[in-house]
Design a protein around this ligand. Structure first.
Ligand code: HEC
Length: 151
């Protein structure tokens, strides 16, 4: 297990030496997998944040970390939908590339909502946290309803 981990790190080091920024060479399959990983991280952060926001788990300052994780993910969304990456099991609808402005707006909505959530988490004000959290959830849903295959 450990050896596998280290060889993965070695492979990463080698490939990053060969090309500093390899996204242009990324296969559509890897782009879709990477997007899936970023989206899954958003789900993890929103799930943890929801439990803290509902008071099921003590805050202890960790809400902020999850809010920041959501904001970081939101700031990365514009690069995780390269054209042609709706391959395999992907649930990304072609509309993403047909209506790039509307899609960019859906990304901007999440960026704004997550930035406001970070501010609310910093304030510690429970009402502000609850309201900002709901806006984050609505921004996820707003995009999924329009641009993702319906579940
Ligand atoms: C700008 C649009 C957009 C926003 C905003 C967005 N998503 Fe997504 N999400 C998508 C699309 C499109 C897919 C389908 C991608 C695919 O299957 O290739 C997806 C897929 C997912 C998946 C499935 C990942 C997998 O492969 O199993 C999860 C989980 C997810 N999103 C969570 C979230 C959460 C949580 C948020 C908000 C914090 C969010 N998303 C915000 C567009 C968005």
């Amino acid at each position: 297990m450990q050896r596998k981990f280290f060889s993965a790190i070695a492979a990463l080091t080698i490939s990053s030496t060969l090309s500093l920024y390899a996204f242009a060479d990324t296969t559509p399959e890897d782009a879709a997998d990477y997007r899936s990983a970023v989206m899954t991280s958003l789900r993890g952060h929103i799930g943890a944040a929801s439990m803290i926001a509902r008071g099921l788990v003590e805050n202890d300052g960790h809400l902020l970390g999850h809010a920041q994780g959501l904001a970081n993910g939101a700031n990365e969304l514009s690069r995780v939908f390269p054209k042609g990456s709706n391959v395999g099991e992907s649930e990304a609808l072609p509309l993403i590339w047909e209506e790039p402005e509307a899609f960019a707006e859906a990304i901007a909505n999440l960026q704004e909502a997550t930035a406001a959530f970070v501010t609310a988490a910093e304030s510690g004000d429970e009402e502000a946290i609850g309201a900002a959290f709901r806006n984050v959830g609505m921004s996820c849903r707003g995009c999924h309803d329009r641009f993702r295959v319906q579940q």
